[in-house]
Design a protein around this ligand. Structure first.
Ligand code: SF4
Length: 491
């Protein structure tokens, strides 16, 4: 078998016809012959789709490499192109095209897709996932150290990337996009080269989007369902599945960590792609299973810091505060903070585009996003904590109650990211008359879904106490809705 075919087969987890499968003998492949769909869903189209994903891993791998090439081109090339002319359009200017594709289409619709299909982006398309897994096949294969397993990484990485991205204007300038996205990709490859064997240690523990993807996937109606009893009943030995994000598949109860790659579909007749109620996972998760870090990523990271990151550029209050501070600094002859000599990789610095941040700009933006967003997140947390205390049921903790806000958080992230999409479309002369209706419908959908989840989580019995706690638990939802309504409709 030619070397390239061996690599291709091994990378796709297919049998390599006796040829050695890369230097790591521990890279595990899935013999297709042992895969059976669960009997009760064998005829289901979804189950067959899952099986097809498993059978056609080579096709998925080919697709992943196409994405890697397109991603590499769109991240690097625009960074070396001049500023677009005033009358440049998305379709005739690569800088604008890449900017629109990355931030106007890719990012908001990946979030939406995760809420609808689970983490298919991660398992089937993500270039970082592909590269880190490849690196991990050829790397040192070291065991994953404790520091890397720290549960606070998703929160920390998400907040740091969000804040830094705003300071360097990652959505506007391809140099900043190359720094943030390219830096993240290099880090993913470096982690793959050192840790794990044919796995995605980066994706599982360090990827800045891991936390938000894991939260949004909880409401996805599509998931790989595991029948634990059937798994245990399976007689005979079956080779382990190479689950790249290192999931204990037999006990997988959540779509949070699953990359929906399909490699385990039909395994031991116990795994199948299936539909579920979007409310099922959040309602059935026990208090013990919801980690504090996960709940804080939702409340403080996604609903606090990320919301503030979407809103700082249109905040009149921020402009007023900045102007007052600038006046005060001038009056007192402290002008160092009014200098605009920060490098572009620290603060936005594009004089040719008349877009330069002073140190004061940077501090004000930082204060707005971290201070304002953090305060919003802590207010949401406090209300949830009070609601859980008022309820007084050990099984309904504030962490578990917080998960009721996932639909609202998902809608918020989509609306925030789609502001960029709409900005591009407006510049192209596309009519946006439909936007307010769609925005209102999405807020209504997210709000009603979250209200339903919170009410179901709180409703532990008919009593005044339960009713009061339910109302209190709905307060964070009202607060988040109020923030978005004010930002989008100026009400
Ligand atoms: S459990 Fe692992 S192997 Fe199975 S679909 Fe999810 S990520 Fe893929």
């Amino acid at each position: 078998m030619p070397a390239a075919s061996v690599y291709w087969a091994c990378a796709a987890n297919l049998p390599s016809k006796g040829a050695p499968c890369l230097p790591h003998s521990s890279v595990r492949s899935i013999p297709i012959a042992v895969a059976h769909a669960p009997a009760d869903s064998a005829g289901g189209a979804l189950s067959r789709l899952g099986q097809a994903m498993r059978r056609h891993q080579r096709v998925i791998l080919a697709l992943q490499w196409v994405v890697v090439v397109v991603y590499a081109l769109l991240v690097t090339v625009p960074a070396f192109l001049p500023l677009p002319a005033q009358d440049a359009r998305i379709l005739d200017n690569l800088r604008l095209f890449a900017q629109f594709l990355f931030w106007g289409v890719w990012w908001p619709f990946v979030m939406l897709a995760t809420m609808l299909l689970g983490r298919v982006w991660c398992g089937v398309f993500c270039p970082e996932g592909t590269l880190t897994e490849l690196a991990s096949r050829h790397g040192l294969g070291r065991a994953i150290p404790r520091w890397l397993r720290w549960r606070g990484w998703p929160f920390t990485a998400f907040v740091c990337t969000t804040v830094y991205g705003q300071l360097v204007s990652v959505y506007e300038y391809p140099q900043a996009a190359l720094l943030v996205l390219g830096g993240s990709t290099l880090a993913a490859v470096a982690v793959g080269l050192v840790y794990g064997r044919g796995s995605r240690v980066w994706c599982r523990y360090l990827c800045p989007a891991n936390g938000v993807f894991g939260l949004l996937a909880k409401v996805a109606p599509l998931h790989f369902a595991v029948d634990e009893a059937r798994w245990k009943q399976h007689l005979g030995r079956a080779p382990a599945v190479n689950c790249a994000p290192l999931i204990d598949i037999a006990h997988m109860k959540s779509a949070s960590a699953c990359h929906a790659c399909g490699r385990c579909s039909g395994e031991r007749g116990a795994v199948a792609l299936a539909l579920r109620s979007p409310a099922k996972e959040i309602l059935s998760t026990s208090a013990r299973q919801v980690k504090t870090e996960e709940a804080l990523t939702l409340l403080v990271g996604v609903m606090g810091v990320a919301t503030a990151a979407f809103m700082w550029s249109s905040s009149k209050r921020l402009v007023a505060i900045k102007t007052a501070l600038a006046n005060w600094l001038i009056e007192h002859d402290y002008t160092a903070l009014l200098q605009d000599n920060a490098p572009w990789w620290l603060l936005t610095h594009y004089p040719q585009a008349h877009d330069v941040f002073t140190w004061l700009d940077g501090l004000c933006i930082l204060g707005f996003i971290v201070g304002g967003g953090g305060a919003l997140g802590l207010a949401l947390w406090l209300l949830m904590w009070l609601a859980a205390r008022a309820l007084g049921t050990p099984e309904v903790t504030w962490q578990r109650l917080s998960l009721g806000l996932v639909p609202m958080a998902g809608v918020g992230v989509f609306l925030g990211l789609s502001m960029l999409t709409l900005g591009h479309l407006k510049a192209e002369g596309v009519s946006l008359i439909w936007v307010p209706v769609v925005r209102a419908a999405l807020l209504l959908l997210g709000g009603v879904f979250s209200a339903y989840l919170i009410a179901r989580l709180c409703w532990t019995g008919r009593s005044l106490r339960t009713a009061g706690a339910t109302l209190l638990a709905l307060a964070p939802l009202a607060l988040a809705l109020g923030v978005w309504i004010r930002a989008l409709f100026g009400a």
